[in-house]
Each structure stands twice: as structure tokens, then as C-alpha cells.
Design a protein around this ligand. Structure first.
Ligand SMILES: [Zn+2]
Length: 599
């Protein structure tokens, strides 16, 4: 028996080419860019410190233009260091470069903090008068957004200290989490062969058609997490408490509040999203009972959740994924297919599995004058095709929104998932249309439902877990790992009801979820995005081709206004508490369709 790496996927050799950014970690232009940005920041400080309240609209607009230009150099270095590290966390030089760029960026940010503080300190009357001036029209949303933090900013020396110490505090722990996870190995035996796998590979075995393999993969995942649980739990406890300290300093009453503010969504809307989804939890149980029946199992175990419905529906090479995604995009809009095609043609995608590479998938926006990069861990499963569709949706969105410039190209998280989830739905629909075999259709439909459930209900359960985790840390002090395990179970059990048996092992499975570490309360944005997309699709079905240019305009608008305003232009009212039920009702229709197909 020889230990082997399971990476024999069709994505081998698919690596991104980062040379549009820099030539390598030792490229002298990295520090030259940072030096120049630092000098410009010092100039800016010399010219404007203490004067923001006295600027007229034209001068203020020019000041923001200057800030945007100098931030582009900082962003180039930051994005490059982040991408190098994600592609290979094991090379010490990459971690060191990321730390170096973070520290230098902090110096630059610290020289510029005064701008935001002076601007938000301006009294409302004076600020409103400036914002009403046509000379500031292009910057109105950005400047208004900054003022939402009025109650939460601290004095300049305090802000400087927090910025500088984050590099050895929260950001350092966040990086340690990535390094630990990327380094973890999971061992199991399959067909008499000893496997030595990375996190992505062991997770992908949970989708294996063979039940024993799934059971062994789950046990191996648990064992790996358990053996690393002390440092991982320490990281969680530290970061949760770090957030509690910062929330108190910044006067956020609830742990979720700072995220809602950043998402430009009011607390009531988030609460109504969460409760609408929780009210539909019985739909999850209804689906998994159907799945048990299809699989011929009396009782689904936690490791059966991702069991494929039909083995023959899986298996797509990376080249096939490319074709499927580009065709589905092209059916909707040739422009979208053209943009997505560039990612393949120009090597903006890193798809292969490698030891030391970060798990998961993402699309990183860079500079408006450049293009995004996509990271995947492509393992030839059908759901990997969906991931390609997902990340290229981000890629198209970010490419179209580049015209808004650095400060307004990115949307808040809530609408950041619009184009990605929409792209997945286009691929799903195309696959369904091409397929006539009812068995394969059922498999496709179940796959889509499971994705949608993972995006809606699982993310809602995760958000509720985070709510209880942060609340418990604040009232109980540092949490023993068993306590967090039970909070995780309490958040998940109501969703499955009696349809899936969650083992004690499952209690450990919060330990590898990166969102809890990198961006607390990120998860509900996925539910928001999925339900929003279902509403958009319904609109597309009603309006046909007329919908397409309006949708592309929505993407082009980037983050240039609040989601409420941008979606309002399309006649969609996300402020309506009943809004979420429309998308949830569509999911129920899909479950009924699956029941009919299975029958
Ligand atoms: Zn996404």
C-alpha cells in the first residue's frame, strides 16, 4: 500500500498567470508602488489635514479622486500578495510578503484616516449641502456611506492603534487559521488503499456514491479536525473575543450589527430574512425524507447528505465545464459569455489541486484597470461545474462594475452573490433542458435543490450558530470546545428535524468553516443572494429578452448605490418583509417537482 494524493483531475496544470500584477514575490515594483503610495498619502495629509470641513464640492471631489488613485497602488500590492499566498500557503516567502504588504498598507491607511474622521465629523447640514451639489454626484453614495459610521468611529489615535495592532492580532489569527487548514492531512483507507488527503479532497469524498467511502471520509474529517481542535478552537475564541472588544469600542450593541451596516441592510430586513427561512425549515426535512426514499435508506446519516442521486450524472472534465458554462452564459447574453471566456483564454483561473493551496473557491476583484482572478479546486464533479459558473458570475459582475472605479466597483456582500448564483441557475436550466432521461433530470434537480438548501437554509443555520456563539462568548467567557460543539448541533438540528441523523462527530464540523474566521456573519448574504436571484429569474421568465440589458445594467452599477435603490430600479422591493417568501415558495415548487419525478 502506498499513500497517494487523490489529485488526478482534469484541472491538472490549470494555473493562473499573475504577471499582469507583478513578476514575482521579489519584484521591486511592489515596494516601489507602496513607496509611491506612501509619499502620495503624506502629500495628501500635508495638503488636507484639518481642512476637510472647509472644502467646497469641487475640491472635495478632487480630494476623493486623489485618494482613489493612490489606493490603486496599494490594492495592486495587496491583491498580489493575497493571491500568491492563496495559491501556495506553504511557501514562507508568500506569507512574509503578505504580512509586509499588510504592514505597509496600514502605514498608508493611518496617514489617511483623518480624511474619513473629519468628513464624518462634519455636521449634517453642511454635509447635506455638499452632497446635494452636482459636482459631487459621482461620489455621493461613497461619502454618504462613510457617514453611516458616524456613531462608530473613534478618535484618530485610537483608530491608528487598532489599525496597526490588527496585523499582529485578528489578521494574524485569521492567517494562522488558513495555514493550519492548508497544512492538515486526512487519512483513510479505501479499497485496501491508504489515502492521505487534503481538506478539499476529503470533503469531496462526502459526495462519493459508495456509502462506506462517505462514512470513512466523515470519520477521517472528524479525526483530522479533532486532532487540530486545540489550536483551531483557540483561534475561534480569540477572534470572537476580538470582535466583542471592537464592537464595544465602536458601540455596536449586537454582534451582527456591524455586518448589517456594512451590507447596507437594516436590521429588520435581516431578521425577517432569517425568520422567513426558519419558518420553512420543514421543507428541508421534507426533501431529505424524499432523498432517503430515492437512495433506498431507512435513515439518512449526516454523511449521506451529499450522496449523489444517480452516479452517472457526475463526472465533468474542466474542459467540459468551460463549454457548459460559456454556452449557458451565451444563451442568456453573448456579452456575458465573451467576458467569461477571457478568464479561460488569458489564464486568469487557477483550477488544479495542489498541496498548500487554499481550499474552496473565490473570485478576487483587483483594479478597475485590470481584471479579476478566479481560484478553484476542480475535482471533476458536477458540483464543480456549478462552482465554475458561480465564480465566473462574480468575474462577469466585477468586470462589468469596473467602470465604477475602485471605490464603487464592489457591492456589499448581500448583492455580491447575485451574478454568481444567477450564473449557476443558468447552467442548471441549460442542463435540465438538454436532458430527457427522467432519472438524470431527477438527479440534476436534486443537485440544484441541495445547492439551494446549502445556500439558503444551511447559511441561515450558520448565522444562527454565530449569533449563539458570539452571545455565549460574551456571557460565559472563553468557551470549551464541547460547548461550541453543542451550539453547532443546536443550530443545525432544527433544520433537519428527524430527516437526517446528526452524529456526535458532526458536532466538530464548525471547525473548518472559513467564514466564521475571516468575516463573521457573512453567511446570511448567501441566503439573501439566492432568494434575490430566484426573484430575478421569475422576472426574466416574465419579461424575456427585455430583462437582459436591465440585468447587465444592475451588474454594471456595482456598488454605486445601495441595494435597495439599485434593485428598486428593477422593480424589486427587498425592504418588503414578505419579499423572501416568493423565493422560498419557488424552492417548495422544486421539491414538489422532485417528488413527482421520483414517484
Ligand atoms: Zn460567491
Amino acid at each position: 500500500m502506498t499513500a497517494r494524493n487523490a489529485s488526478t483531475a482534469s484541472s491538472d496544470g490549470i494555473r493562473w498567470d499573475l504577471s499582469d500584477l507583478y513578476a514575482g514575490p521579489d519584484d521591486e515594483r511592489i515596494d516601489a508602488d507602496l513607496d509611491r503610495a506612501f509619499a502620495q498619502a503624506k502629500d495628501f495629509e500635508g495638503g488636507f489635514r484639518g481642512r476637510i470641513a472647509a472644502l467646497d464640492a469641487v475640491e472635495l471631489s478632487e480630494a476623493v479622486d486623489t485618494l482613489e488613485r493612490l489606493n490603486e497602488s496599494v490594492a495592486r500590492a495587496g491583491v498580489y500578495a493575497g493571491l500568491l499566498f492563496a495559491a501556495d500557503t506553504a511557501t514562507a516567502r508568500h506569507g512574509a510578503l503578505m504580512q509586509h504588504v499588510q504592514e505597509r498598507s496600514s502605514e498608508i491607511r493611518n496617514a489617511l484616516i483623518f480624511f474619513e474622521l473629519e468628513w464624518v465629523a462634519l455636521d449634517s447640514e453642511a454635509a447635506d449641502a455638499l452632497l446635494a451639489d452636482p459636482a459631487l454626484a459621482k461620489r455621493r453614495h461613497l461619502l454618504e456611506s462613510m457617514r453611516r459610521y458616524r456613531e462608530h468611529v473613534l478618535s484618530e489615535p485610537e483608530e491608528r492603534i487598532l489599525e496597526a495592532t490588527a496585523n499582529t492580532g485578528s489578521r494574524a489569527f485569521s492567517r494562522l487559521f488558513d495555514e493550519l487548514l492548508a497544512d492538515m492531512r486526512f487519512t483513510l483507507e479505501r479499497d485496501g488503499e491508504a489515502l492521505d488527503l487534503g481538506e478539499e479532497e476529503v470533503l469531496s469524498l462526502l459526495y462519493d456514491p459508495d456509502r462506506d467511502t462517505r462514512r470513512a471520509a466523515a470519520a477521517s474529517l472528524t479525526a483530522g479536525l479533532k486532532s487540530n481542535s486545540r489550536p483551531l478552537a483557540f483561534i475561534f475564541n480569540t477572534l470572537v473575543q476580538d470582535k466583542a472588544v471592537e464592537d464595544e469600542l465602536r458601540r455596536y450593541p449586537r454582534p451582527i450589527d456591524s455586518r448589517n451596516l456594512a451590507n447596507e441592510i437594516d436590521d429588520a430586513s435581516v431578521d425577517s430574512l432569517l425568520s422567513a427561512c426558519v419558518a420553512r425549515y420543514p421543507l428541508v426535512a421534507r426533501y431529505y425524507r424524499l432523498k432517503a426514499k430515492i437512495l433506498g435508506l431507512d435513515q439518512l446519516e449526516d454523511f449521506d447528505r451529499y450522496a449523489p442521486i444517480a452516479a452517472e450524472s457526475g463526472g465533468r472534465s474542466f474542459a467540459e465545464a468551460r463549454q457548459i458554462v460559456l454556452e449557458a452564459y451565451g444563451d442568456f447574453s453573448p456579452e456575458m459569455a465573451e467576458i467569461a471566456g477571457r478568464f479561460f483564454d488569458r489564464n486568469w483561473i487557477d483550477a488544479e489541486l495542489r498541496p498548500g493551496k487554499r481550499g474552496g473557491a473565490f473570485c478576487a476583484s483587483t483594479l478597475p484597470s485590470l481584471h479579476p482572478f478566479v481560484l478553484l479546486n476542480y475535482t471533476d464533479n458536477l458540483r464543480d461545474v456549478m462552482t465554475v459558473a458561480h465564480e465566473l458570475g462574480h468575474g462577469v459582475h466585477q468586470s462589468l462594475a469596473a467602470e465604477q472605479g475602485l471605490f464603487e466597483q464592489d457591492t456589499p456582500l448581500t448583492t455580491a452573490e447575485t451574478a454568481s448564483v444567477f450564473g449557476e441557475m443558468l447552467v442548471f436550466r441549460r442542463l435540465m433542458k438538454q436532458e430527457s432521461d427522467p432519472k438524470v433530470r431527477l438527479a440534476l434537480l436534486c443537485g440544484k435543490l441541495e445547492d439551494a438548501f446549502a445556500t439558503v437554509f444551511r447559511q441561515v443555520a450558520m448565522t444562527r450558530f454565530e449569533q449563539s456563539l458570539h452571545a455565549a462568548r460574551r456571557s460565559e467567557g472563553e468557551l470549551p470546545i464541547e460547548r461550541v460543539n453543542s451550539l453547532w448541533m443546536e443550530a443545525n438540528e432544527p433544520m433537519f428535524g428527524d430527516s437526517v441523523k446528526l452524529s456526535e462527530d458532526y458536532g466538530w464540523w464548525w471547525l473548518y468553516i472559513p467564514h466564521f474566521v475571516h468575516s463573521p456573519f457573512y453567511c446570511y448574504a448567501y441566503a439573501y443572494g439566492e432568494l434575490l436571484v430566484l426573484a430575478l429569474l421569475r422576472r426574466y421568465d416574465e419579461e424575456g429578452a427585455a430583462f437582459v440589458p436591465r440585468y447587465l445594467d444592475l451588474l454594471r452599477a456595482g456598488g454605486s448605490d445601495t441595494p435597495l435603490v439599485l434593485l428598486g430600479r428593477m422593480g424589486i422591493d427587498v425592504g418588503d418583509p414578505d419579499f423572501w417568501d416568493g423565493g422560498l415558495a419557488l424552492l417548495e415548487e422544486m421539491v414538489a417537482e422532485a417528488e413527482a419525478l421520483a414517484g
